[in-house]
Design a protein around this ligand. Structure first.
Ligand code: NDP
Length: 480
């Protein structure tokens, strides 16, 4: 046994963390379910440091010094459980398993408890910084026992990023604390990306600037108090031109933002905890909304016209407020029905959406005449995607729109919080938008995490090799 640490799971993140460990002088045992990845790592990067390739879990574990330190970088979820179980069976009390994947903190707590009973230290650790960070220094958020940190801490601190000589790694707390903090980090990341994308959208749609000009504006901002990685990569994504069409890259990316779930988890946990993380929640929902093709298709005919995007005058009369309230209420109910439809599809429930409205017309707290309109809309058109796809509701909202905007604008100018009015209005504007800045989010995700994007002009998944000269594009779903 000669390796101070082992890494199993050698996709982008695991491979780069293994290289980072080796470059820092550690002897690293490397293993992957599919041995080709292990072989490729050693062939391509073997010269960077001391690697001990292992073909089987047994060889892998035998290569590790005691107490064994094993870093798992496999796909989050069931795969993590399988891999932990497979290796735990080969370990001894005092050994340590670090899960550096994006696990849900509740799973980490469960795994930590189960392994503790077997004498094995389980360290759920958040790792942030994407592919590039994993190689050159990520931010590391380990949980688990204080005892395990005494052994692992120095290694993790050494390979982490450093700022002013301080490592970007500390023991966050016991059991799932590390993964919880990583989850919140990702929630904040969602909000930051959404806010940057909204700023871009405003500069483009209201300011009339081109993507190249906005790239320049972001570069300028990156020299001031907004300086950050996300602002920097946003400038690069916006400045990039698509080689195939000569169009700005951001215009050829489908504006349906994807996610791997950590933002969603943050919002779910926040509801459980009673934490009002509204900006994060809006960002998570904005991604979700951008990808709801059927809702956007149904509402696109309501696309913004000049006449209804410019408020005639700022107003806040009783009539304006009544219209704003009515329009927001239609949106809120519509969101509720979308959720019921989603749950029916997810759990295989045969729910009659009109009947739900019918039975709520009396007896319950939200009983209202309005519900009969919803019942009638669903009865008239089974499979109705959303209320605003129905002509009468659409006409009512069109009529209310100038008042609705005026009320939200007045409230904003006067510092009166109207979170629900403004969120409902943004939802309406989101779903009827021709293009959403979700395309820029897809560009940001592809830049830092190789998460791929879809193009507006052809099928397939694509990745731009941002770090390579000329930024070549590769198709990822066919291996081409
Ligand atoms: P992926 O999430 O794409 O996972 C692929 C790896 O998991 C491969 O090594 C694969 O092995 C292995 N794997 C999948 N299922 C199993 C299984 N049942 N048994 C054994 N091995 C399995 O890789 P990434 O490198 O992108 O991410 C690794 C982890 O890091 C994930 O949990 C991810 O959420 C997290 N993470 C990712 C970031 C990113 O920017 N990409 C950033 C921070 C964290 P095989 O080669 O045999 O298929």
């Amino acid at each position: 046994a000669s390796a101070q640490i082992g890494v199993t799971g050698l996709a982008v993140m695991g491979r780069n963390l293994a290289r980072n460990l080796a470059r820092n002088g550690y002897t690293v045992a490397v293993h992957n379910r599919t041995p080709a990845r292990t072989k490729a790592l050693v062939e391509e990067f073997g010269h960077e440091g001391a690697f001990v390739p292992a073909g089987t879990p047994q060889e892998f574990v035998a290569a590790l010094e005691r107490p064994r330190r094993l870093l798992v970088m496999v796909k989050a979820g069931a795969a993590t459980d399988e891999v932990i179980e497979e290796f735990a069976a080969l370990l001894e009390p005092g050994d340590m398993i670090v899960d550096g994947g994006n696990a849900h903190f509740a799973d980490t707590r469960r795994r930590e408890r189960a392994l503790r009973e077997r004498g094995i230290h389980f360290v759920g650790s958040g790792v942030s910084g994407g592919e590039e960070g994993a190689l050159n220094g990520p931010s590391i958020m380990p949980g688990g026992s204080a005892e395990s940190y005494r052994v692992l801490g120095p290694m993790l601190e050494r390979i982490s990023a450093h700022v002013d000589g301080e490592p970007c790694c500390t023991h966050i707390g016991t059991d799932g604390a590390g993964h919880f903090v990583k989850m919140v980090h990702n929630g904040i990341e969602y909000a930051d990306m959404q806010l940057i994308s909204e700023a871009y959208h405003l500069l483009r749609e209201v300011g009339g600037h081109s993507p190249a000009e906005i790239a320049g504006i972001f570069r300028g901002w990156n020299g001031g108090r907004l300086e950050s990685y996300l602002i920097g990569i946003t400038a690069e994504v916006l400045a990039h031109t698509d080689a195939a069409t000569g169009e700005p890259f951001v215009d050829i990316v489908r504006d349906a933002a994807e996610q791997k779930g950590t933002g969603r988890w943050t919002v779910q946990s926040a509801l459980d905890l009673g934490s009002p993380v509204t900006a994060i929640a809006q960002a998570a929902f904005a991604r979700v909304a951008s990808a709801r093709t059927e809702l956007r298709d149904a509402y696109r005919p309501l696309a913004a016209r000049r006449a209804d995007v410019v408020p005639h005058e700022l107003g806040h009369s009783v009539l304006d407020i009544e219209k704003a309230l009515y329009a927001s209420k239609v949106i809120a109910y519509d969101q509720g029905w979308t959720m019921i439809r989603d749950a029916a599809a997810e759990y295989g429930w045969d729910i009659d959406l009109g009947a739900v409205a019918r039975i709520w017309r009396g007896g319950c707290i939200i009983r209202a005449a309005f519900l009969d309109r919803i019942r009638a809309a669903h009865a008239a058109e089974p499979g109705l995607v959303g209320l605003l796809a129905e002509e009468r509701f659409a006409a009512e909202i069109a009529d209310a729109l100038p008042s609705w905007r005026s009320v939200v604008a007045t409230a904003t100018l006067r510092g009166v919080p109207v979170p629900a009015f403004s969120a409902a209005l943004a939802h309406y504007d989101t779903l009827r938008s021709e293009r959403l800045p979700a395309a820029l989010i897809q560009g940001q995700r592809d830049f830092f995490g190789a998460h791929t994007y879809r193009r507006t002009d052809r099928d397939g998944s694509y990745h731009t090799r941002w770090a390579e000269p000329g930024r070549p594009e590769v198709r990822t779903d066919t291996g081409a």
